[in-house]
Design a protein around this ligand. Structure first.
Ligand SMILES: Nc1ncnc2c1ncn2[C@@H]1O[C@H](COP(=O)(O)OP(=O)(O)OP(=O)(O)O)[C@@H](O)[C@H]1O
Ligand SMILES: C[C@H](N)[C@H](N)CCCCCC(=O)O
Ligand SMILES: [Mg+2]
Length: 226
């Protein structure tokens, strides 16, 4: 790691998806590998996770840790984790927990000191509530990071990509680019859909992640907006 660079100036992105299950974790892992292939140390964060196995582990948190080149305490990588795989504000309410943005920002700031680059995976789609007063957009704004939008390429994604981009812009976020993730191997007219989104989204296409590749292999197809 290049410890001479002020942590606040090290590259970091907030990974937003067009929905839950569109490949935010998958693409985040690919981006972590892409950073590492460039010789940078990299770490992933999942501030709010829901859904654990019997041992209390969450798939996203574990996948990001496996793709990271730096180890860090789970409390920093994942400040909030709830057992049921449900909307996080409902899981938090059931657990009697208030999700606090300040706690997430503090964890992120500490995590950022440990690696050259940091990726933060959002929760579900961009406007998922995190409590009565806050949502995913508030989290992205509080972290003040550039955003990478993961578009899960399936029927309906054009509208989801445009809606998400509009809200990102309305919240004043800087958008580094988008990634086309082929979650549906059989998507009819994939190329035409890709071209439509590329034409309508005023942000660069950072790469296409093919269906069924490993995150390591997908890394080679990604341009890092460093
Ligand atoms: N390019 C791909 N090829 C094959 N499978 C993929 C691809 N991208 C994602 N998947 C699979 O699709 C599922 C959803 O992906 P992923 O968990 O990354 O979505 P997510 O947006 O992070 O979801 P969540 O909102 O739960 O965090 C996972 O089983 C993942 O392995
Ligand atoms: C459990 C799942 N994998 C995600 N972590 C949470 C997705 C919440 C979606 C809420 C919604 O938009 O309706
Ligand atoms: Mg995920």
């Amino acid at each position: 790691m290049n410890a001479t660079i002020d942590p606040a100036r090290r590259p970091a992105w907030f990974i937003v998806g067009t929905d839950t299950g569109v490949g935010k974790t998958f693409v985040s892992c690919a981006l972590l590998h892409a950073l590492r292939q460039r010789g940078l140390s990299a770490i992933g964060m999942k501030p709010v996770a829901s859904g654990t196995d019997d041992a209390g582990n969450n798939e996203d948190v574990d996948a990001l840790a496996a793709a990271s080149s730096v180890e860090a305490p789970r409390a920093l990588r994942n400040p909030y984790c709830f057992a049921p795989a449900i909307a996080p504000h409902i899981a938090a309410a059931e657990a009697g927990v208030d999700i606090e943005l300040e706690r997430i920002v503090a964890a992120f700031n500490e995590l950022r000191t440990l690696a050259d680059a940091t990726l933060v995976e959002g929760v579900g789609g961009f406007l998922v509530p995190l409590g009565d007063e806050i949502d995913g957009a508030n989290l992205a704004v509080a972290l003040d990071l550039r955003v990478i939008l993961v578009v899960g390429m399936r029927l309906g994604c054009i509208n989801h990509a445009l809606l998400t981009h509009e809200v990102l812009s309305a919240r004043g976020l800087r958008i580094s680019g988008w990634v086309a993730n082929r979650i549906d191997a059989e998507m009819p007219r994939f190329t035409e859909n890709l071209q439509t989104i590329a034409r309508l989204l005023p942000t660069p296409l950072l790469g296409i992640v093919e269906h069924g590749v490993t995150p390591q292999a997908a890394a080679a197809a990604l341009t890092l907006p460093l």
